[in-house]
Design a protein around this ligand. Structure first.
Ligand code: COA
Length: 321
């Protein structure tokens, strides 16, 4: 059976770092509160960078590591909920930037779960024999979506991009699961900032992220362990065989609770949210790139990746490195 293997990773972050201390000057909050409730210490915010420049930089690095030229890419899939424009899509703009002339490309939006949905779409194309080499990018500029006067949301998010190059592989492992619950979508919303509220100009404020934090927290803590269990069952392997669980980097307490419910030591749940906050679709590929660059991933390692977010949506993949 055809499956996929990640042959290169890359990431890019804006230069401007906003610390919790700096946020103390903007809203009524404290470094101590943010660290205790979320684990976040700072985040990167775009000043000059765009989702296209960040995604292109991450893509170039991933291609370099994979030893591939841009012309060899068959498909570019970009997971984002914060595109610069509704069209052209970010994937086409990245194609232009990196000169991937032979690639097709499109964007996909499943908010913070987007990278996993894109990875699974890539696997389906490869498995169907349609494409052989796919560039999957998760990128978001959440700083454009948050209301910087709302302390309950602005402390959580950051900007960034992560990319992986996927190749067809004979053998190896790739098991996937994805779910959506649109009926509960109201607990986390963000409206397109391009929308003109012709009839209801007051609704323009809905462009910002609106969130019932506790409901989202409970959703994540319940659904992440469930999907991990589902992946393990599908793959017929034990949790002890998994080297690392790369979860969406939203909140340290969510990851700790998921680790506890899964019955796995927290040391196998890599984290970098202290430095980047929640970078939405970018969080998992950025983390994967960091672990890869640190040389912490060995060929044959079995990894679980799991994301969750607005939709509501949650998705996971179990794959072999
Ligand atoms: N600084 C200081 N106080 C804050 C604050 C901040 N940045 N944000 C909220 N508070 C206050 C609240 O106003 C509330 O005050 P009150 O008791 O006087 O009403 C108090 O802190 C507790 O608020 P609460 O919302 O109950 O806190 P919490 O423990 O649930 O933590 C979140 C809030 C947002 C950190 C937490 O709910 C969370 O992380 N949820 C998941 C969000 C998420 O990950 N979303 C993205 C998913 S992809």
């Amino acid at each position: 059976m055809r499956t996929i293997r990640i042959t290169g990773t890359g990431s890019a972050l804006p230069g401007r770092i906003v610390t919790n201390k700096e946020l103390e000057q903007m809203v009524e909050t404290s470094d101590e509160w943010i660290r205790e409730r979320t684990g976040i210490g700072e985040r990167h915010v775009s000043v000059g960078e765009t989702v296209v420049t960040l995604a292109s930089e991450a893509a170039r690095k991933a291609l370099e590591q994979a030893g591939k030229r841009a012309e060899e890419i068959d498909l570019i899939l970009v997971a984002t909920s914060t595109p610069e424009n509704v069209f052209p899509c970010t994937a086409c703009e990245v194609q232009r930037e990196i000169h991937a002339e032979h690639a097709a490309g499109f964007d996909l939006n499943a908010a913070c779960s987007g990278f996993l949905f894109a990875l699974q779409t890539a696997q389906a194309y490869i498995q169907a024999g349609i494409y052989r080499t796919v560039l999957v990018i998760g990128v978001d500029s959440m700083s454009h979506m948050v209301d910087w006067s709302d302390r309950s949301t602005c402390i959580l998010f950051g900007d960034g991009a992560g990319a992986v190059v996927l190749r067809e592989s004979k053998g190896g492992l790739f098991v996937q699961a994805a779910h959506s619950d649109g009926a509960k979508g109201d607990v986390l919303t963000g409206c397109s900032r391009h929308r003109k509220n012709w009839d209801h100009p007051d609704e323009a404020k809905a462009a910002y992220i609106q969130m019932d934090g506790q409901s989202v927290f409970k959703f994540a803590v319940r659904r992440v362990p469930e999907i991990v269990e589902e992946l393990l069952e599908k793959a017929r392997i034990q949790k002890e065989e998994i080297s690392y669980f790369f979860l969406h980097q939203a909140n340290r307490r969510i990851i700790e609770a998921a680790a506890k419910r899964t019955g796995v030591d927290i040391s196998r749940f890599p984290m970098n949210l202290q430095e980047y906050g929640n970078t939405s679709a970018a969080s998992i590929p950025i983390l994967l790139d960091e672990w890869n660059k640190k040389g912490l991933l060995k060929k044959g390692d079995k990894l679980v990746l799991a994301g969750f977010g607005a939709g509501l949506s949650w998705a996971g993949s179990l794959l072999e490195w």
